[in-house]
Design a protein around this ligand. Structure first.
Ligand SMILES: Cc1cc2nc3c(=O)[nH]c(=O)nc-3n(C[C@H](O)[C@H](O)[C@H](O)COP(=O)(O)O)c2cc1C
Length: 157
């Protein structure tokens, strides 16, 4: 089984989880990057990112150095922005063949409220079986992330 972890990360939390999951599963990594960079300040990120989610903006992604079509299974990682998954991940999921390969999803959020994001993204992922909600390292309960990752990896099999 050839597995690929596809993720977006602005401030490193999703990336850290992606790398741990990749190591435990022996999977490759593909980081999604938008052509247009996000602003540096958190306040501006909230304005720009929140607006993009609200208007369902689909950004242009930088070309990939890995071909997702050569993998059997995709594990997808997204931060939660404005209660939903990020625009870069929605851009990736425009490729329906790639979306059909996604069996597992991990969300990173500041507060752990992911239901709205899960409901929205589930519609795009016909073969989704495993999900996990992880917390930003600023949250005191983020100490449970590693145990949740281990369970998530076990459920992927
Ligand atoms: C634009 C923006 C919007 C966000 N909206 C939410 C939100 O609605 N709910 C939440 O729990 N966290 C929210 N967060 C916090 C992120 O989900 C959290 O910090 C996550 O760990 C970031 O992942 P990253 O470090 O991989 O970028 C938001 C962060 C940004 C930058």
């Amino acid at each position: 089984m050839k597995r690929l972890i596809v993720y977006y990360s602005l401030s490193g939390n999703t990336e850290e989880a992606a790398k741990k999951i990749a190591k435990e599963l022996g999977a490759d990594l593909l980081k999604l990057e938008t052509v247009k960079a996000m602003p540096k300040s958190f306040a501006a990120q909230i304005m720009v990112g929140g607006g993009q989610v609200a208007f369902n903006h689909i950004p242009k992604l930088k070309p990939f150095d890995i071909d997702p079509s050569s993998y059997d299974e995709i594990i997808l990682g997204s931060p939660i922005w404005n209660s939903k998954g990020v625009p870069a991940v929605n851009a990736f999921l425009k490729d329906e063949k790639a979306a059909a390969k996604v069996t597992s999803l991990f969300f990173l959020s500041g507060g752990g409220e992911v239901q709205k994001g899960l409901t929205a993204i589930t519609k795009l992922l016909p073969n989704l079986k495993n999900t996990v909600s992880l917390l930003d390292k600023k949250h005191e309960d983020s100490k449970n992330n590693d145990a949740k990752i281990t369970e998530f990896v076990k459920s992927i099999g």
